[in-house]
Design a protein around this ligand. Structure first.
Ligand SMILES: [Fe+2]
Length: 251
């Protein structure tokens, strides 16, 4: 899969990069560039940009001079963090606590992307949603369910790494939660109820989303208003039996 940059909305570009599992299967990875009303730019997640994709980002951001901040959204998506920070050192770097712990040499801002304090900083342009009732950074690093979902209301773009996935395969295609949901639901009373409440919020959060940018596999095409929320409602309905079983076990 060769890297490409896709215009996904007014002032928003999604980079579709390469990420190989076991060096063979390329499931892809992403970052999203957003133009701010001020003319500056934000990057959601990081990727080692090369070739024409780098050229385009360099042209848009005047070689990074206009890139004001990078926001990392998935605690286990870390491989491009240092290289991106080196390439665009003038941008403020915001990560989850795990990003900060994993790359202490990067000059991090104090706010973490999973926290309200950061969400408040960008509240004029972005909306954030963080799953509740689940482990955000589980001990098992293969459990990628949780991340910080970021919405750009001006364009209707939702940038989401892993928590919500999408593929265009026949029969089994469409949106889904990351398959590790069951393993990250916290084994305690109340966790199922918290997660269910977050699911309801997520459907409402998606009401004005018309373009989802998922980290891996396929990029869905732009949707009619309301269609994404309808799809996410179905995803949530499918998860209910799992949530109910968890609630029965732990309360
Ligand atoms: Fe992932």
């Amino acid at each position: 899969m060769s890297d490409r940059i896709v215009s996904v909305g007014e002032g928003v570009w999604n980079v579709r990069g390469s990420f190989r599992i076991a060096k063979v299967l390329d499931i892809g990875t992403q970052c999203t560039l957003i133009r701010r009303p001020s003319g500056g730019f934000l990057m959601l997640d990081a990727y080692t940009l090369t070739g024409e994709v780098l050229d385009q980002v360099v042209a848009l951001t005047e070689d990074g001079k206009l890139l004001e901040a990078v926001l990392h959204t998935h605690p286990f998506h870390t491989i491009h963090v240092k290289r991106f920070a080196e390439r665009f050192p003038q941008a403020k770097q915001y990560g989850t606590r795990r990003h900060v712990a994993k790359a202490p040499e990067v000059r991090w801002e104090a706010e973490h992307t999973e926290d309200e304090a950061l969400h408040a900083l960008f509240a004029d342009e972005l909306r954030f949603s963080v799953p509740r009732g689940v482990d955000f950074v589980p001990e098992n690093e293969k459990l990628h369910f949780a991340s910080v979902l970021v919405k750009h209301p001006a364009s209707g773009v939702l940038h989401v790494d892993d928590t919500i996935m999408y593929n265009q395969l026949p029969v089994v295609g469409g949106y889904s939660f990351h398959p590790t949901l069951k393993q990250v639901l916290q084994p305690r009373a109340g966790a199922a109820a918290e997660f269910r409440a977050w699911c309801e919020e997520l459907v409402a959060f998606c009401a004005d989303v018309t373009q989802v940018c998922p980290a891996h596999i396929h990029l869905p095409s732009k949707a009619e208003p309301g269609a994404v929320a309808d799809e996410i409602r179905k995803v949530v309905a499918k998860a209910e039996s799992l949530i109910a079983a968890h609630e029965k076990r732990f309360g």
